[in-house]
Design a binder for this molecule. Structure first.
Ligand SMILES: [Ca+2]
Ligand SMILES: [Ca+2]
Length: 442
């Protein structure tokens, strides 16, 4: 969304791009024949009894020391507002806004973005925090776009996000998890609603290097298409490669689905190596990352996959712009509304019941070596719960952690056999048997 200029072009070519590029990013688009409307929160559930934190309390008496361990279950940490949300497949609701209050959006959860100027996409709206543009009625958040002169713009609307800053840090950015919105999309040519995520910290550099996750985007002039897209340094549109896009719904699939007048859920499941899109709980497509399959190994994995940092959530309704306004703005559509029933964040507990250490990483492969830089990959470890990361040591010194099974190593020791050690760690802190390999630099 930050640079929609490329999305417009990309929309029509993304499938071809992904097929044509034999890349490490693999796009899978599932063309489900089912077009029925359903809500995934009512499917069968398996409640996990999960443990997230362990608190060790040491009590010293006059004659002995006694250590007791108390555990806090993730399910005990569910916020009250989210307590009625069913736990499905182990996804524990750890943050939500059900909009069961009246007035402006909850200031402990959201911050309004106020202003105009186009946001890099020639968007026509001015975002305000007024109730005319964003209002919670006890059941829904309604973002309303209006045609009115305001702040130098001809339209007003609203944009809210959970981004933290130095003055406001509520734990509202996340790394991995399930993110879901239930909403009705606005109707009319010129509308451009989105539910998306941006990195909390630009550790890999400015856009697009640190990534962007578009969970749901829609433009009013093309009502039968809803898009999910990833942006990275490799895929961003400005380099002619498009985003790593998955189309949630093609026109053919949407013939019996009304996203404008009916509520539907839009979500992703984001793990260490994959982001998968869901519509009404049905898997629609995914983009996965395997560093062993990169098409170029001269770069760090973040060039393809910067999605190993915390991201925050954004909801907005843009008017016009390079994509939303590509066919102009129909001034008869206003006011037009983006109605959100809820936004939910779920996390998995990978600590509870973890009884096994990760398997030893195997199959080390040096896929690139130039000067003192090398790209090393290995076969992923397997765990009874989930691999959190790999610790990579060079000559016995910890070099870095990586969430995926590959790493670029720079500044290796010249004229030397560098001993590389890789150890897998699960979320419970269990460590695998080390894998060792040698990278010789002549
Ligand atoms: Ca609601
Ligand atoms: Ca384990």
């Amino acid at each position: 969304m930050t640079r929609k200029i490329m999305l417009f072009l990309m929309t029509f070519i993304f499938i071809a791009v992904m097929v044509a590029c034999d890349d490490s990013l693999t796009t899978t688009t599932t063309t489900s024949a089912s077009t029925s409307s359903e809500t995934d929160s009512t499917t069968t559930s398996t409640s996990n009894s999960t443990t997230t934190t362990t608190t060790t309390t040491t009590t010293t008496t006059s004659s002995q020391s006694q250590t007791t361990q108390t555990t806090t279950k993730l399910t005990d940490l569910i916020p009250e507002e989210c307590s009625s949300i069913e736990i499905v497949d182990g996804w524990v609701p750890t943050w939500c806004d059900e909009f069961k209050y009246v007035g402006g959006v909850d200031p402990t959860k959201w911050i309004h973005v106020v202003g105009g100027g186009g946001f890099g996409n020639q968007e026509q709206q001015y975002y305000t925090s007024r109730s005319q543009n964003a209002y919670v009625d006890g059941e829904y958040l309604t973002i309303t776009a209006l045609k009115e002169a305001y702040g130098g713009s001809n339209y007003t609307s609203a944009k809210i996000w959970t981004q933290e800053n130095s003055a406001w840090d509520n734990g509202t950015s996340w790394k991995y998890g399930k993110f879901e919105m239930r909403a009705k999309l606005p109707a009319g040519r010129g509308t451009w609603p989105a539910f998306w995520m941006m990195p909390k910290s630009s550790v890999y550099g400015g856009w697009p290097k640190s990534g962007e996750i578009d969970i749901m985007e829609h433009v009013g002039y093309n009502p039968n298409v809803v898009l999910g897209t990833l942006h990275s340094e490799r895929f961003n549109g400005t380099n002619g490669r498009g985003g790593s896009t998955t189309s949630l719904l093609t026109s053919g699939q949407l013939t019996s689905i009304d996203v404008l007048n009916e509520f539907h859920t839009y979500g992703i499941v984001w793990t260490e190596t994959k982001i998968e899109w869901f519509f009404d709980g049905l898997s629609i497509g995914s983009v996965s990352f395997d560093p062993r399959a990169q098409n170029s190994f001269a770069y760090p994995t973040s060039v393809d996959w910067p999605f190993d940092q915390k991201f925050y959530l954004i909801l907005n309704l843009a008017i016009g712009g390079t994509w939303g306004g590509a066919q102009g703005i129909d001034d008869t559509i206003f006011p037009t509304e983006f109605v959100i029933d809820y936004v939910r964040v779920f996390q998995q507990d990978y600590i509870s019941d973890d009884t096994e250490v990760p398997t030893q990483p195997t199959g080390p492969a040096i896929l690139y070596k130039v000067s003192r830089t090398a790209f090393l990959t290995w076969n992923p470890s397997i765990d009874d719960n989930q691999i959190k990361r790999y610790a990579v040591f060079v000559n016995g010194v910890l070099r870095n952690y990586t969430s995926v099974n590959g790493i670029q190593l720079t500044s290796l020791k010249a004229t030397f056999d560098n001993i590389i050690t890789v150890i897998a760690e699960d979320y419970a802190g269990n460590l695998s048997t080390p894998m060792q390999t040698v990278i010789s630099i002549e």
